[in-house]
Design a protein around this ligand. Structure first.
Ligand code: 5AD
Ligand code: SF4
Length: 441
């Protein structure tokens, strides 16, 4: 039996999450594990007995932020030495020796495959930090129902880890080998969520379309999820271009609940850089995939990830990236300066592009994307889209916000019956590079 959540004697845990959607989903699993062990959640670190940070190691900047936050939180431990301070996730896995040196007051360091053991690890105590960074290619947490926050949309983990080893990326080292959650576990979770009022399911994985469990591939999984009663919309992130099978494109084209939106990381538009990044495709293959997607799903919106200033990226390589962006005309792009990470294959290559030059290239891709995003969104003025209402818009003034099928944010004045979870038709009246404004038609 777990203790009731209101028990005054329950130990309180404060959990802060950094990084990607996978980490947000993992934190929900951590909450569930600790809840079962009798812990209560708190939103105030000052009243917590256990303070945990679930961290990201993808770029150096992400790590520096966490180190800064850790020293803030360590002050709470000075006031109350019995407080346990723990670091979870990818940073824990990436560089634990350096971490112990920089943050010697840490009580716990636990990698992404250690969450099932957290209650036991926290129970150990002692002067030395407890470290559990064992990677386990069998761990999917498929049997643990995550503790979801109430929302119209829920992120459900379909697979964990990555076997691609792109030369710039730490993920395969910190999250370990690819493994897929059994379809029965995913479907049970989705049914529970749908029954609780969730309208949109986003299947998650580092290379989510590499999903395979026995004979179920990702296309089959999507169709199974689409058949669950009550689920209105299905999305997934992030797919790898090399795993975009014809079967998957067909499922997206044929199954109306699978939404016409794809985040398709390209990283670079230069074949030389793509080869050095070990991405597994050429610019031509990527563009061919974009064409096939648009032929099969004419209304599809596309977003991407782009890294500028990878080691060896010359001016003409960068120009090829800008050129590819113009050719594809993405709806959105997430852009990053290359950050050289220890343990990766590209680490030994070096870091040939200066910080200032990376900054210049980044500003240029951002500017181009703003222009192209704005043009694409303006072209939608006058059109109508079904919008799944999520809640009040950040803008306030009784405005509501939700997403179109293409995952564009739409903002519009509310009216009776237009409540979160309902889908309304919105006519677009104006557009910015990141969102649409309109009225309920
Ligand atoms: N430097 C900069 N960006 C990176 N990404 C992954 N590794 C690095 C790195 N070392 C970016 C990629 C990936 C996204 C999640 O983060 O674009 O798609
Ligand atoms: Fe990193 Fe490449 Fe795997 Fe994506 S596919 S997580 S970029 S190694």
């Amino acid at each position: 039996m777990t203790e009731p959540s209101t028990s005054p004697s329950a130990r309180k845990v404060y959990l802060e999450t950094y990084g990607c959607q996978m980490n947000i989903a993992d934190s929900q699993t951590v909450r569930a594990v600790l809840r079962r062990a009798g812990y209560d959640a708190t939103a105030d670190p000052a009243e917590a007995d256990v303070i945990l940070l679930n961290t990201c190691a993808i770029r150096e900047h992400a790590e520096e932020r966490v180190i800064g936050r850790l020293s803030d939180l360590a002050r709470l431990k000075q006031a109350r030495p019995e407080v346990q301070l723990g670091l979870l996730g990818c940073m824990a896995q990436h560089n634990r020796a350096a971490l112990i040196e920089r943050a010697p007051w840490l009580d716990l360091i636990a990698g992404p495959d250690a969450y099932r053991r957290l209650p036991e690890l926290l129970g150990r105590g002692g002067f030395e930090p407890t470290v559990d960074v064992r990677l386990d290619r069998g761990e999917t947490y498929g049997d643990i129902a995550p503790e979801y926050e109430k929302s119209v949309r829920a992120y459900v983990t379909a697979m964990r880890g990555c076997d691609r080893f792109c030369s710039f990326c730490v993920v395969p080292y910190v999250r370990g080998r690819e493994r897929s959650v059994p379809p029965a576990d995913i479907l049970r979770e989705v049914r529970t969520l749908a029954a609780a009022g969730v309208r949109e399911i986003v299947l998650l994985g580092q290379t989510v379309n590499a999903y395979r469990f026995d004979r179920t591939d990702f296309a089959a999984l999507l169709r199974m999820v689409a058949a669950v009663e009550g689920v209105e919309r299905i999305r997934f992130t992030s797919p790898h271009p090399c795993d975009m099978s014809e079967r998957l494109i067909a499922a997206m084209a044929e199954e109306p609940r699978i939404q016409p939106y794809l985040h398709l990381p390209v990283q670079s538009g230069s074949n030389r850089v793509l080869a050095a990044m070990e991405r597994g495709y050429t610019r031509e293959q990527y563009l061919d995939l974009v064409e096939r997607l648009r032929a099969a799903i004419p209304e599809i919106a596309l977003s991407t990830d782009i890294i500028v200033g990878f080691h060896g990226e010359e001016e003409q390589d960068f120009a090829a990236t800008l050129e590819l962006m113009r050719t594809v005309a993405y709806d959105a792009a997430f852009t990053f300066k290359y950050s050289r990470r220890e343990h990766t294959r590209a680490f030994r290559l070096g870091d040939s592009v200066s910080e200032a030059e990376k900054g210049r290239r980044l500003a240029e891709v951002i500017k181009l994307q703003e222009e192209m995003g704005l043009a694409r969104n303006r072209a939608l003025i006058g059109r109508e889209f079904p919008v799944l209402i999520e809640g009040p818009a950040r803008r306030g003034e009784a405005m509501l916000a939700g997403k179109t099928p293409q995952f564009k944010t739409a903002v519009f004045p509310g009216r009776a019956g237009a409540t979160p979870g309902a889908t309304v038709t919105v006519r677009v009246e104006s557009a910015s590079s990141h969102s649409l404004s309109g009225v309920i038609a």
